[in-house]
Ligand binder design. Sequence first.
Ligand SMILES: C[S@@+](CC[C@H](N)C(=O)[O-])C[C@H]1O[C@@H](n2cnc3c(N)ncnc32)[C@H](O)[C@@H]1O
Length: 183
Amino acid sequence: MAGSKTLEHEILLRKAVLKIPSSNFGVFSLYKYPAKFTPQVPAFVMENYAKKGMKVFDPFAGFGTVGYTARVYGLEYELWDLNPLLEYFHSLCEMEPKPLDKSLVDKIKAHPQEFIPDWSNLEYWHPVEFISLLSKAWGFYHQAADEYTKKLLLVPLLKLTKYFSYADEKVHKLYKSKYTHVG
Ligand SMILES: C[S@@+](CC[C@H](N)C(=O)[O-])C[C@H]1O[C@@H](n2cnc3c(N)ncnc32)[C@H](O)[C@@H]1O
């Protein structure tokens, strides 16, 4: 536009915020949700434009990065998502630390009942050799764990379930790898 001047400069958002020293800081690295924000992106907006008393709203919150960033900046927030996991992830971020039950792994191993999800094609997603191990761990989660232990176990169990599946480790979505060859 005639007479106007545009000032442009490149910035590296990862280095442009004061309160989030790395993308793995705190709860941000808890779970590799598909297409998760780099936390410094919402942090840059909050650090530079948010005013005290403002509320942040993310209607497609996914893992909840925008909300956890808002906590760092002392802002109120509201998160929505179709995926019910958001509520679990968020509750982990509010957990009070407690001493660890060192016998937890032994309790899981000794748990007698399995939990088998009501899917017709379980063996499509997981090699049959691992289904018993996974079902035992999820059996403990659903049948024996108290609420606090459930929160502790959810992310490790989700990771374990993905690890022993036909998905490629580096892809964050649930899918069956094209490199899988079965029977
Ligand atoms: C790219 S992810 C968002 C990731 C998020 N920015 C983070 O940092 O974790 C998009 C999210 O939109 C959600 N979504 C898609 N359609 C939706 C709808 N109609 N209502 C609510 N959530 C929806 C999906 O479940 C998914 O979690």
